[in-house]
Design a protein around this ligand. Structure first.
Ligand code: G4P
Length: 202
């Protein structure tokens, strides 16, 4: 997605070979115009999947998820990382280990909001090792609902999450794919469809 890549180029800060800081438009201050466009882009990409619910994880997934829910006219649920005072029973739970932060979180969703027959689109800001996406997929599957797709803003293609999700059979759409973070610069990978076309000699 051109707009997102331009934003990453102009405002993203490469903190190391593994970490890109995007605090000025995704992770702290948020850019509503960009989020609106992201919502429209995911809605277009997943328009044939009959999505009934969007699922994300607090906190940075919420903005793009709500804009996608608005564009597809479906409810948006966020998995909680901390136990809610009022939400204590009838929960689906999964453990998500973060390699980046080296900590585990128990993520939860009420069984009221995802049910059998739902076609769920998972949205998140970053895809690194894929643990958050896999945890969210597990919540959907505990509800006997279907993971109809996974939409990611920034995929770090040099980390194993993307290949892992695809190998497990999930449909993955990433709006910006990063091949490397080297010498303070972001190197983008081709969009997955283009990459496939090149590999097939088209
Ligand atoms: P994984 O889910 O793909 O396995 O990723 P990982 O454990 O490595 O990531 C844990 C947290 O770090 C997630 O945020 C993820 O969005 C974030 N993260 C991973 N790589 C980067 C990066 O290069 N840059 C930035 N800015 N964040 C990254 P979180 O803990 O859920 O935080 P938040 O959603 O509350 O912001």
């Amino acid at each position: 997605m051109k707009l997102l890549k331009e934003k990453i180029e102009s405002e993203g800060i490469v903190l190391s070979e593994n970490v890109l800081k995007v605090d000025s438009f995704i992770n702290h201050q948020m850019d509503p115009v960009l989020m609106k466009e992201i919502g429209l882009e995911f809605a277009e990409r997943f328009k044939d999947e009959a999505i009934t619910k969007i699922l994300t994880i607090e906190s940075s997934g919420i903005a793009p998820a709500i804009m996608t829910g608005l564009a597809l006219n479906v409810p948006v649920i966020f998995a909680r990382k901390r136990k809610s005072l009022t939400l204590t029973t009838d929960l689906y739970t999964a453990t998500v280990y973060s390699f980046t932060k080296q900590e585990s979180n128990e993520i939860t969703v009420s069984n009221k909001y995802i049910t059998k027959g739902d076609n769920v689109l998972i949205i998140d800001d970053f895809l690194a090792n894929g643990q958050a996406a896999l945890g969210l997929a597990s919540l959907v599957e505990q509800a006997s609902a279907k993971v109809s797709g996974i939409g990611i803003l920034i995929e770090k293609s040099f980390q194993p999450g993307a290949d892992d999700l695809i190998a497990k059979g999930y449909r993955l759409e990433s709006l910006a794919r990063i091949e490397a973070l080297k010498e303070g610069k972001v190197q983008f990978a081709k969009d997955r469809q283009l990459e496939k076309a090149f590999a097939g000699g088209i």
